[in-house]
Design a protein around this ligand. Structure first.
Ligand code: RNT
Ligand code: ZN
Length: 412
């Protein structure tokens, strides 16, 4: 018997249909962040990366033009199975023939090349206003700045991004998730915590007063506990963003690097699902801090996937990746992270969750523990390989990455 058939029979003993799991996995969109390709640099400014985030390493071959970044995205897509969306930041606007526009003046036309790119590949586009790496970030503040001029600039940026998001949705015929994250915060103990949050709230109200089609654009709001140089206070804390999102009918976004080290996003998903029609995730891997390491097939990534699958929430959770490693081949970093998310989803789809819920409700905790442990040594790899085979993606991507590095990246 071939390996897939024999693995399939083993899962069937637990009542799990592996064919069905594979079919479901093929339909789950994962939003691929464009910023792994160039260490969050973008094309619109010469400013260094700011906002309390950091890409470390200087591996050669990073993309520095739209053409290079698009070629790299194509390479990645050829090595990642399943449905992908492309997640852009406003800083990736493409200016041609001197039609440069500052962040408060960008228009759909500056993203036409991205639309063409996505449409040719039948992909949807997600979007992010870029509230960092720009001279109008004053004292690490944007939408919460005490300076009305600064706030006005960034409010206008946010409003324009909603318009661009709707353009993406209409052009690709797929909804666009637009995520708002601001770096605003203080390095040291603030004297006024409520003032900046009140201003942030008012700025968000102004951004969201732009009329837009809520069936096409889903605005999400991402929280964060601290940033580099912003250790003592962030304006967009978890409490702020969750309350703002639920009061204003937008979607809360949780990034699993944005909590205290012993807090886990996997435990938060169920609560948010009970109070929100949709929720959004940034999947990353923090090592000791919000370091944005490449996502791997680790316990917390699996646990996050299980919470989405067990709660029948595949159509209620917007799944996106968000990490940036500049110390290794960036294509490989991208592929490894995206594949890990897909692996975790498959792993979750192969869990006999009803049976396990029943054991929990009956108080059979001894059996529950033994089942969970047995599942860990099931032939998961054979099911994964079958999925790769069916989606036409090579199991060994390293040799492809090596070849691309030799032929393309090393010549940049
Ligand atoms: C920063 C946030 C945010 C960014 C991207 C580039 O800590 O996670 O989502 O990583 O917008
Ligand atoms: Zn994030």
């Amino acid at each position: 018997m071939d390996r897939y058939e024999s693995a399939k029979a083993m899962y069937l003993d637990y009542g799990v249909d592996t064919d069905k799991a594979i079919e479901t996995l093929k339909t789950i969109p994962v939003s691929m962040h464009c910023w792994q390709g160039d260490d969050v640099t973008g094309f619109d400014s010469k400013e260094a990366l700011s906002g309390g985030i950091q890409a470390t390493g200087n591996y050669p071959g990073k993309a520095t033009t739209p053409e290079e970044l698009m070629a790299d995205i194509d390479k990645v897509c050829s090595l990642v199975p399943g449905r992908k969306k492309i997640n852009l930041h406003a800083s990736y606007a493409i200016f041609e023939n001197g039609n440069y526009a500052d962040r408060n003046a960008i228009k759909p036309e500056h993203f036409k090349k991205w639309v063409d790119f996505a449409r040719d590949r039948k992909m949807g586009i997600d979007f992010n206003p870029t509230f960092f790496s720009h001279p109008m970030v004053k004292d690490n503040l944007t939408l919460s700045s005490p300076d009305a001029k600064v706030r006005k600039f960034w409010i206008e940026h946010g409003r324009r991004c909603i318009e661009i998001s709707q353009y993406f949705a209409e052009q690709t015929n797929m909804p666009c998730v637009m995520n708002i994250w601001i770096p605003d915060g203080y390095k040291d103990i603030p004297a006024d915590r409520i003032g900046p949050r009140k201003r942030f709230k008012e700025s968000l109200d102004e951004i969201l007063s732009v009329p837009y089609d809520k069936s096409k654009v889903f605005v999400t709001l991402e929280s964060k506990v601290f940033g580099i140089g912003l250790e003592s206070y962030t304006v967009g804390s978890a409490e702020f963003t969750m309350n703002y999102a639920s009061k204003n009918g937008i979607v809360p976004l949780m990034d699993n690097g944005h909590y205290h080290p012993t807090e886990v996003v996997s435990d938060k998903i169920s609560s948010l699902l009970l109070f929100n029609e949709k929720i959004a995730l940034h999947i990353t891997r923090g090592v000791r801090w919000d370091s944005d390491h490449v996502v791997i097939f680790d316990d917390e990534t699996k646990e996050i996937a299980k919470e989405i699958v067990r709660n029948n929430a595949l159509d209620r959770v917007f799944i996106a990746t968000d990490y940036f490693d500049a110390s290794i081949n960036r294509i490989s970093a991208w592929v490894t992270g995206l594949r890990s998310v897909q692996k975790a989803l498959l792993y979750a789809l192969l869990e006999p969750s009803n049976m396990m819920k029943e054991l929990q409700d009956k108080g059979e905790f001894t059996r529950l523990m033994t089942v969970s442990e047995e599942l860990k040594t099931m032939p998961f790899g054979d099911i994964w390989n079958e999925y790769l085979r069916q989606t036409g993606v090579p199991a060994d991507y390293y040799s492809e990455v090596e070849k691309y590095e030799k032929e393309v990246l090393s010549k940049r």
